[in-house]
Design a protein around this ligand. Structure first.
Ligand code: AMP
Ligand code: GLY
Length: 415
């Protein structure tokens, strides 16, 4: 089969690496890809949002299956278009993708279908929002309704901070249309974990639970980022809680989407928090998580292409997982998630012998591989324990420990 992977991050590199192991793969293309993906796939210069361009490419290059990494093209209707053109795509329609694209939609959906999540109310009017905050007290969580690249959530410690977030979103319009509606939510406490599943309509096949590290610095300090590291499995989550989350969150969501005539195909990602009352949903994503994918796919024993075709064709893929742990540490550009430099030469990558390297913001330049984003790469490794996996990942990053251009968290896997 000829496969097209849409996207340019670590998640997409990880998908390409896994697909490259498959005997059933003829050629892999990535649009637009990155410096690491270019080693296993043919990168083509088509932007993720250029849906016409992607459709044309898939036709001309006889693509048998397209896998979409990021959320923006999903909400723009890439899966709808591909299906209209009779092109096979493993991705949800824009109607199903609304679960990620609108927090208000997701909250109403969960309330309607009895899917456990934090209490909430949604607002377009700042005064009404502030009144609700005064009534509920702090801590409280303020969220922009639409896509905000992971930056649209404010966990407010005080009523003043919550009011400020309301003013930023509804009055100053800091997220433009994405923040024209806000969701204000009860603050939940507990360990967070991510549970992803391969889904086609009513069929749900969960992966191993993973844990992201969203804050920029050690001890969960600093601003939220796209994710500074991850590990899998999240061993503190009991089998009982996992089966509860699979049945009452993932399966119920898939079934309710079918019932609402928005059947889901693709990866359903539940961001969960382990509360005293059991797992509850913090957010849904409608795609592979980044960086969770980079530590989950290496543990998958099955051929990824076989799994996806099985799921689409309604066969049980019989997922099998290694009895190992996998950790991954992100190397980021100094300054990320705010401003940072690009184009800095990446050295010593070849010496990262133990473990594996997944590229995110890298590109091939005339002088060799250079940085091209905030999150540059992820150094990962497997081990019989999480401690061993994390230790190996950190060995890979040794040569960057004194870097003045890059930084990484030193506590991935300790939480
Ligand atoms: P999100 O972008 O929705 O994943 O939110 C970013 C982060 O904000 C989450 O990973 C949580 O740590 C935190 N967060 C979001 N909603 C809540 C909530 N209701 N209670 C506590 N923390 C939350
Ligand atoms: N790791 C969270 C996300 O992919 O949005």
């Amino acid at each position: 089969m000829n496969i097209l992977v849409v996207g340019r991050g670590g998640r997409e590199h990880s998908i390409v690496m896994k697909l490259a192991e498959s005997d059933r793969v003829n050629q892999i293309f990535a649009a637009p890809g990155n410096g690491g993906i270019a080693e296993q796939a043919t990168c083509v210069r088509i932007d993720e949002m250029d849906i016409d361009g992607l459709v044309d490419f898939a036709k001309v290059y006889k693509i048998d299956l397209t896998i979409v990494g990021p959320e923006n093209p999903l909400l723009a209707g890439i899966a709808n278009r591909f299906r209209e053109e009779n092109l096979a795509v493993f991705a949800p329609t824009k109607e199903a993708a609304l679960l990620e694209g609108s927090k208000r939609f997701a909250k109403e959906f969960m309330l309607k279908h009895g899917i456990p999540t934090a209490d909430y109310a949604s607002f377009t009017n700042a005064d009404a929002a502030k009144e609700y905050i005064n009534e509920k007290g702090a801590p409280i969580v303020v969220k922009a309704d639409g896509l905000a690249a992971g930056k649209g959530v404010v966990v407010a410690e005080t009523i003043e901070q919550a009011h400020q977030a309301v003013d930023d979103m509804l009055v100053a319009k800091s997220f433009a249309e994405a923040g024209a509606t806000i969701v204000i939510e009860e603050f939940l406490q507990g360990m967070e974990f991510s549970l992803m599943a391969f889904v086609h309509e009513n069929n749900v096949y969960p992966m191993v639970p993973a844990r992201d590290h969203k804050r920029a610095y050690d001890n969960d300090e600093g601003p939220n980022t796209g994710g500074m590291g991850a590990y899998a499995p999240a061993e503190d989550i009991t089998a009982e809680h996992l089966s509860f989350a699979t049945e009452n969150i993932l399966q119920k969501t898939a079934d309710s989407l079918v019932a609402e005539e928005r059947p889901f195909t693709g990866i359903l990602y539940a961001g969960l928090i382990m509360t005293m009352d059991g797992p509850k949903v913090i957010e849904f994503n409608v795609r592979f998580g980044d960086p969770e994918t980079q530590v989950v796919l290496p543990l998958l024993r099955n051929d990824l292409l076989q799994v996806i075709t099985d799921v689409i064709e309604e066969r049980d893929p019989h997922l099998e997982w290694e009895n190992n742990c996998c950790a991954g540490v992100v190397l980021a550009s100094k300054g990320y998630p705010a401003s940072y430099n690009k184009g800095i030469p990446l050295k010593n990558l070849d010496s990262l012998a133990e473990g594996f390297v997944v590229h995110a913001g890298t590109k091939q330049s005339e002088t060799g591989l250079v940085s091209d984003g905030g999150r540059v790469l992820l150094a990962g490794a497997k081990g019989t324990t999480l401690e061993k996996a994390a230790e190996l990942s950190y060995q890979c990053l040794n040569s960057y420990s004194e870097s003045s251009e890059f930084f990484y968290r030193t506590d991935i896997g300790k939480k």
